[in-house]
Design a protein. Structure first.
Length: 373
């Protein structure tokens, strides 16, 4: 995180517009406070007496909130006071934050991250408007809110990759240098060239669930490596669901045409038509196809949850990703049974109550852990 990103977080927090995750990122730095360090930085404080009161309260409230799933209002109140009294300069002078955009950062597992070509990782703050620079200090992309947009920099002659990772409970969008778009669902990642090169195929690597809108370019085929399958397209719209823990990898074609081929020595391949789903069974290494209603498989982009002929265990896994929770299933009777279910932008408690009424389960919530009985 650079200074611009940090001050953006401070501004959002003080205006009351920061998300709970942004508040956690901001408050992580307060958890690094050591009383002995602060005593030598009196230029940033109004008085020793006031300093001890404020910092003591911050530490006390952080310790209270660190074991819970939500941050208390008191933490935010004292954090705001500390920001105003200490100033951002304290953090940078003490090395808690670094103005070097490629400097290592202690990452929260719930942060959206961008891994650069040199292996350094940056936290992507949702809603920010900033420039993304490479290790040479050149701008390669712009963040516009919840989307990264890469420039088609003609000066680049080397194939250089970035990797965007989206944690559970979040979604994020990406526009590649050729104008192709990728919409990432929770728990997904995509590795892609900063810029596609002339005379070479356009190849990306993804894990999880991603909806792609590929710009047509017959001279440069677009290849997607997703778990155990390769997808070749010229210009199309399709959804890829390829989480490593799932038994199948699925591709649903909305527009255009795609060719699916097994990875490695498996030469089995199929061509999809719009309105069809191609599924690759990881155990048998075979493909099958079926006609589907494509909206069902792209509804996640609107925040909806739609399950069709899905095992109860897989439904619970998707709920984990969507709501960023841990679900322990003790109801083995239902694990392998298949169900249909649809939920809008419902709170998790509503979904659980619906499952309880429909499938006669019991559940217990303990912070961010749910136990199904």
């Amino acid at each position: 995180m650079d200074k611009e990103q940090f001050l953006h977080l401070v501004e959002k927090h003080l205006s009351g517009k920061a998300t709970s995750e942004e508040e956690r990122i901001l408050l992580r730095y307060y958890n690094s406070f050591q009383q002995s360090d602060l005593e030598v930085e009196k230029d940033f404080l109004v008085s020793d007496e006031r300093k001890n009161v404020i910092l003591g309260n911050i530490q006390k409230e952080i310790q209270k909130g660190s074991t819970g799933s939500l941050l208390g209002k008191e933490i935010l109140k004292y954090a705001a006071i500390a920001i105003l009294l200490l100033g951002a300069g304290y953090f940078f002078n003490r090395g808690m934050l670094n103005t070097n955009e490629n400097a290592p950062l202690i990452l929260n597992e719930n942060s959206i991250t961008l891994e650069m070509e040199n292996g350094s990782k940056n936290v992507i703050t949702e809603g920010a408007q900033i420039n993304i620079k490479n290790s040479n200090g050149n701008i390669i992309a712009n963040q516009n809110g919840n989307q990264l947009v890469y420039e088609n920099n003609a000066d680049s002659e080397e194939l250089v990759y970035n990797t965007l990772r989206v944690p559970y409970g979040k979604k994020f969008n990406l526009q590649l240098s050729d104008g192709s778009k990728a919409f990432l669902n929770a728990g997904s990642s995509i590795k892609y060239p900063v810029r596609f090169l002339q005379g070479m195929e356009r190849r990306v690597f993804l894990t999880g669930e991603v909806f792609l809108e590929v710009e047509k370019d017959s001279a440069h085929p677009f290849i997607v490596n997703a778990d155990n399958i390769n997808i070749q397209v010229l210009g199309t719209k399709f959804n890829v669901n390829a989480y490593p823990e799932d038994d199948t990898a699925d591709v649903v074609l909305v527009e255009g045409s795609v060719q699916l081929r097994g990875d490695g020595d498996n030469l089995d391949s199929i061509r999809l038509k719009p309105g069809f789903k191609g599924s690759y069974n990881k155990k048998t290494q075979n493909f099958d196809t079926k006609e589907v209603i494509t909206d069902i498989y792209t509804s996640w982009m609107e925040g909806e949850l739609v399950f069709r002929n899905m095992t109860f265990q897989n439904i619970l896994k998707k709920l984990e990703r969507h709501y960023n929770v841990v679900i322990i299933n003790n109801n083995k009777r239902l694990s392998s049974e298949k169900f249909n279910a649809s939920f809008g932008n419902d709170p998790l408690i509503n979904v659980l109550e619906n499952l309880k009424a429909t499938y006669h389960i019991d559940f217990k919530i303990d912070k961010n852990q749910i136990t199904i009985n």
